[in-house]
Design a protein around this ligand. Structure first.
Ligand code: HEC
Ligand code: HEC
Ligand code: HEC
Ligand code: HEC
Ligand code: HEC
Ligand code: HEC
Ligand code: HEC
Ligand code: HEC
Ligand code: HEC
Length: 368
């Protein structure tokens, strides 16, 4: 073969070279590259699908390494094609990298960080929560994402809605037990009533704040107003939707509003809704155990008005507009003032007007 011939055949050599390269690339890729997604799960589960697989942590605690296919199938993540490596990003083959934790709690605190990758908004919010604050102070029991959502078995957290209180009850057992007996909790748990508040309606979810501050306290009537000032909603239960607006005009309500406007000098320990009705133990007003039931009301007022005599509550109009049937004396006093005040005002105006006319007339006369 002459040099000239070789030159003429060069394009064919080049093409063959490219084909060989491509073929070898395809042959090599599946070996080196990560397996396609469904394969990862199969690969990991070839060992972790064994329900007896476990290890002993440096702390001495035993950790089951079993990952149940059944749980994965139900979780919100598997449905979206999210697999092992999306969360365990530093593990792709066996042997695995060295452990970064000593005990089970450290394992959780270490691995939950992976949620940030895809849920950064909730992760950010959670950083200023009371739960994060408590964790920062060294409280190992303060919840992180996986304490509330699980890890391989993450489900839609508010389906059914009563599930939310189950989530919180892992740690706030007493409060949830009390809530279950309340008018709100009973309606939720017995009837799955969607109109009553769950824990997160009042406390928020990922940004739960300290509820024992003055700020939370003076804002708390607005929490109730979201529903109790909603006429359409309250009509469904034959409850008054004026409780909030009348409260706002009451002595207590005005005190709290003024305090909120930061005049400072006014009482913030004036009564808010929960001082009279309770917090997690609110009951229907006709329940004999309700704090606002006539049988217990005086005692409720005496928390703050220790000298209140037995007639104290009768002189109070509560959540009611002044009316002829309920409070006839107040009704007439009110009527008297509402009609007498304008009368006096008109009389004053007339008097001043007459004075002015008189002085003008006098002046005109004196110049004549
Ligand atoms: C060949 C079997 C095998 C395969 C395949 C395997 N693992 Fe493991 N895995 C183990 C064993 C055994 C342990 C116990 C600790 C050790 O030996 O490193 C373990 C421990 C773990 C742990 C807990 C310890 C740690 O590192 O935090 C995690 C998480 C884990 N594996 C995830 C995975 C993931 C994800 C995959 C797939 C990418 C996988 N494993 C594939 C056998 C396997
Ligand atoms: C949505 C993220 C996510 C996915 C997907 C995921 N893991 Fe995990 N995994 C975690 C978290 C978080 C932990 C730490 C659990 C804790 O706090 O106890 C964990 C813990 C583990 C452990 C330690 C034992 C345990 O249950 O605590 C093993 C083993 C493990 N994962 C294997 C797997 C395998 C295998 C897959 C795929 C089939 C997988 N993981 C998919 C987030 C995930
Ligand atoms: C690789 C990205 C990714 C990672 C990592 C991840 N998630 Fe998700 N997560 C998703 C996607 C996608 C959805 C489905 C979103 C949807 O349906 O709107 C989802 C859904 C959820 C839901 C249900 C939302 C709903 O309204 O039903 C929860 C709860 C959740 N993830 C919690 C977690 C937790 C806790 C972790 C950490 C252990 C985590 N996720 C890690 C991507 C991720
Ligand atoms: C104290 C328990 C708790 C913690 C801690 C927590 N969540 Fe949630 N999360 C909930 C509850 C309860 C809901 C349902 C809220 C509702 O519907 O009122 C929810 C809702 C969600 C949703 C679906 C709705 C949405 O906002 O998109 C995602 C996603 C989610 N959480 C991710 C996370 C992540 C990521 C973390 C960690 C940074 C985390 N959560 C920490 C209790 C928690
Ligand atoms: C894993 C345990 C755990 C879970 C689950 C949990 N909490 Fe907490 N919670 C704590 C701890 C610990 C504190 C901090 C207590 C402290 O420092 O006084 C706290 C504090 C709080 C506070 C503030 C208390 C205060 O002093 O005002 C509220 C409100 C709260 N949690 C509500 C919730 C709600 C609502 C849920 C469910 C969505 C929930 N928690 C789930 C452990 C948990
Ligand atoms: C109707 C609104 C409302 C609902 C629903 C509600 N809370 Fe509260 N919660 C409050 C108020 C208001 C306070 C502040 C009470 C105070 O002044 O001490 C509070 C206080 C708390 C505290 C801190 C004080 C304490 O007693 O330890 C925790 C923890 C808490 N709530 C958890 C929960 C949990 C868990 C649920 C669900 C079962 C829940 N809350 C439902 C309004 C609510
Ligand atoms: C998410 C809406 C919602 C919020 C927020 C809410 N409630 Fe309710 N509340 C209801 C509904 C609905 C009922 C009627 C339940 C029933 O009768 O089954 C109810 C019932 C009551 C009752 C019983 C009335 C009776 O005599 O039958 C009282 C008292 C009450 N709520 C007080 C409060 C207070 C105080 C707050 C604030 C701390 C509050 N609620 C926050 C929806 C709400
Ligand atoms: C000073 C104590 C006190 C305060 C503060 C208070 N309530 Fe009441 N509440 C009562 C009493 C007493 C009753 C029962 C008699 C009545 O209806 O006046 C009642 C009744 C109710 C009822 C049942 C109404 C009906 O139609 O049967 C609701 C709902 C209610 N209150 C919600 C609230 C809300 C919301 C707030 C805050 C905005 C609040 N209350 C503040 C004492 C109080
Ligand atoms: C959480 C504490 C608290 C509770 C409970 C409470 N109050 Fe008050 N109340 C106050 C404070 C504080 C003031 C304001 C005193 C001031 O401004 O001088 C006030 C003022 C009043 C006033 C007008 C001023 C006065 O002293 O005459 C009346 C009337 C009143 N309360 C009635 C009641 C009745 C009736 C109840 C029970 C149904 C009740 N309060 C429950 C704290 C409370």
């Amino acid at each position: 073969m002459t040099m000239r011939n070789l030159h003429r055949q060069a394009p064919w050599f080049a093409l063959a070279g490219v084909i060989i390269l491509l073929v070898s690339a395809f042959a090599v890729f599946p070996v080196n590259a990560k397996p396609p997604t469904q394969e990862t799960e199969k690969y990991c589960l070839s060992c972790h699908g064994d329900s007896n697989l476990s290890m002993t942590l440096p702390s001495g605690e035993k950790l089951s390494l079993y990952v149940s296919q059944d749980q994965l199938d139900h979780s919100v993540h598997s449905n979206k094609g999210i697999e092992c490596e999306a969360c365990h990003n530093d593990i792709s083959t066996y042997p695995h990298p060295r452990l970064k934790y000593e005990n089970k709690r450290e394992l959780s605190l270490n691995y939950y960080q992976t949620c940030e990758k895809c849920h950064s908004a909730n992760y950010e919010k959670a950083q200023d929560s009371m739960h994060a604050l408590s964790a920062a102070e060294g409280n190992q029991d303060a919840p992180v994402c996986t304490d509330c959502h699980g890890h391989h078995d993450t489900l839609t957290p508010d389906e059914p809605r009563s599930q939310i209180s189950v989530t919180c009850s892992k740690c706030h057992t007493d409060i949830v037990d009390t809530y279950k007996q309340s008018v709100h909790g009973a309606a939720l748990l017995e009837d799955e009533n969607p109109d009553v508040p769950v824990c997160t309606d009042c406390h928020g979810v990922h940004n739960i704040q300290d509820s024992r501050t003055e700020e939370f306290r003076v804002q708390s009537p607005e929490l109730c107003a979201k529903c109790h000032a909603d006429k359409e909603l309250m009509d469904k239960y034959d409850l008054s939707s004026d409780v909030y607006s009348i409260y706002k005009r009451s002595w207590h309500g005005v005190d709290i509003s003024v305090y909120k406007a930061r005049w400072g000098a006014v009482w913030h320990d004036s009564a808010v809704c929960t001082d009279c009705h309770g917090v997690h133990d609110m009951l229907k007003t006709d329940d004999p155990k309700s704090r606002v039931n006539p049988a217990n009301l005086l005692e409720t007022c005496r928390q703050c008005h220790p000298d209140a005599g037995p007639n104290w509550v009768d002189a109070w109009t509560g959540h009611n507009e002044v009316s002829l049937e309920r409070t006839p004396f107040l009704f007439y006093v009110d009527k008297f003032y509402t009609s007498f005040t304008p009368f006096i005002l008109w009389a004053c105006i007339l008097y001043v007007a007459l004075q002015i006319i008189r002085s003008i007339v006098d002046r005109v006369r004196s110049t004549l």
